[in-house]
Design a protein around this ligand. Structure first.
Ligand code: GLA
Length: 446
């Protein structure tokens, strides 16, 4: 076992220390090339290109078929940070079942930062914090599995995690083997203490280590969008964070924390809006975990935040304390109609179509069976008297070549929060939309 680790570790170091500066690697003197030379070189270039495709680090070997719809679950970080324990995780697992959240789709219970002791053991293995997890992590995982849930764990590509615990740098294959042995199903992999590392290479190394360890594990990249993972990570992992951390301190603002910023749900939504072409089954943009039920959000704000995560086909990772959750919060998190928008099998991320008066935004998301979800989001501070004339509209998604022409064919309008049909596109939509709230509808063929 030990020699296998050594061998794997050496291989990994060789790969990562190799230069990535493509600009310099492939420099040659253009001024001297002639047509003849170019023709002569063509077979070599083609061969090199084939080699690049075959050995391209971006062509990592993530497990296929995981997360065909955005993953759903619960994560400890937003509420508990490092104040986690065996007791908390077991009680959360129980509550995921008894509240109906598991059956609504919240399958992954993810233990975030702070689960490990400050030092690895003498063989370099991670050690669970003996006070927080007196029976180790495997016992907790077994418990979570016994409840019909899947288990996720956190670590970091750098030398230390963001909360200062041992990171994975230099132990990728060793940690992946240990995780597989414990039976994890999901790995969230952060980006603190990563100075000098190349994100694409570091995440590819971990992706390969997971694959080598043999257990199908969903790989969640958490490098905050810094190196534009949407351009290279679709073969490396199943989801990638697109921004810095979310906060429940406000619904529509940015909080300056000195060396970094935190973003409200609405700010994150703005940052992710343009990335809709990059999401799809098995590879999702991740605008961070939900803050539904946290902070002082009104029910309208909670509803709007949850609806917009569904419109963006975002992973739905609840981040609240399930033991104190109000019935209203539970009702939002488990709304079947809204979850169905998020989990639609087409896997298309919705996009912003237009701005209306009073800071109302219109977002559209194509769904299976030629249906479309439409969201009217009131970001303004007063109630808006909404008027929307469907018969002039064509909804379109040029990236996926889909459109819905409302000028001729009428559609039924289904209000997804009220769970009732509120009219047809034959008549203009007229209603009062409260501030910081949302109207989420589905257009259904008559
Ligand atoms: C980073 C991540 C968060 C959380 C913390 C843990 O800030 O973006 O989601 O995992 O680290 O320390």
């Amino acid at each position: 076992m030990k020699s296998l680790f050594k061998q794997l570790h050496k291989q990994q170091q060789k790969r990562e220390y190799a230069t990535v500066d493509r600009g310099h690697d492939h420099d040659f003197d253009h001024s001297r090339s002639s047509n003849h030379h170019q023709l002569h070189l063509l077979p070599c270039i083609l061969l090199l290109m084939t080699g690049f495709v075959l050995f391209n680090p971006a062509k990592a070997q993530k497990f296929k078929g995981l997360a065909l719809t955005p993953p759903m679950g619960w994560n400890s970080w937003n509420t508990f940070q490092t104040h986690i324990s065996e007791d908390l995780i077991k009680k959360t697992a129980d509550k995921l079942v008894s509240s109906g959240m598991r059956d609504a789709g919240y399958i992954y219970l993810v233990l975030d930062d702070g689960w490990m002791a400050n030092q690895r053991d003498s063989l370099g293995f991670l050690v669970p914090d003996p006070v927080k997890f007196p029976h180790g992590i495997k016992a907790v995982i077994d418990y979570v599995h016994s409840k019909g849930l899947k288990f996720g764990l956190y670590n970091c590509a750098g030398t230390l995690t963001c909360a200062g615990y041992p990171g994975t740098r230099g132990h990728e294959y060793q940690d992946a083997l240990r995780y597989a042995e414990w039976g994890i199903d999901y790995l969230k992999f952060d980006w603190c203490s990563s100075d000098g590392l190349n994100a694409q290479q570091a995440y590819t190394t971990m992706s390969k280590a997971i694959k080598k360890a043999g257990r199908p594990v969903l790989f969640s990249l958490c490098e905050w969008g810094s190196s534009h993972p949407w351009n290279w990570a679709s073969n490396v992992g199943q989801l990638w964070r697109t921004t810095g951390d979310i906060t429940a301190e406000c619904w529509d603002c940015t909080i300056d924390k000195g060396s970094y910023s935190q973003y409200s749900p609405m700010t994150i939504m703005d940052k992710q809006a343009a990335l809709y072409p990059f999401a799809g089954p098995g590879h999702w943009n991740d605008p961070d975990m939900l803050e539904v039920g946290n902070g002082h959000f009104t029910q309208g704000e909670n509803r709007a935040h949850f609806s917009m995560w569904a419109m963006m086909a975002a992973p739905l990772m609840a981040g609240n304390d399930l033991s104190t959750m109000s019935p209203a919060t539970l009702a939002i998190l488990t709304n079947k109609n809204v979850i169905a928008i998020d989990q639609d099998s087409l896997g298309i991320q919705g996009h912003r179509k237009e701005w209306l008066p009073d800071s109302v935004e219109v977002w559209v998301k194509p769904l299976q069976n030629n249906q479309w979800a439409v969201a009217f989001l009131n970001r303004g501070s007063k109630t808006s008297q909404l008027q929307y004339t469907w018969s002039e509209k064509v909804l379109s998604d040029s990236v996926h070549h889909l459109q819905l022409d409302l000028r001729n064919s009428p559609y039924q309008i289904r209000d997804l929060w009220q769970d009732k049909t509120i009219g047809s596109t034959r008549q203009p939509l007229k209603l009062a939309l409260p501030a910081h709230d949302i109207l989420l509808i589905k257009l259904i063929t008559n």
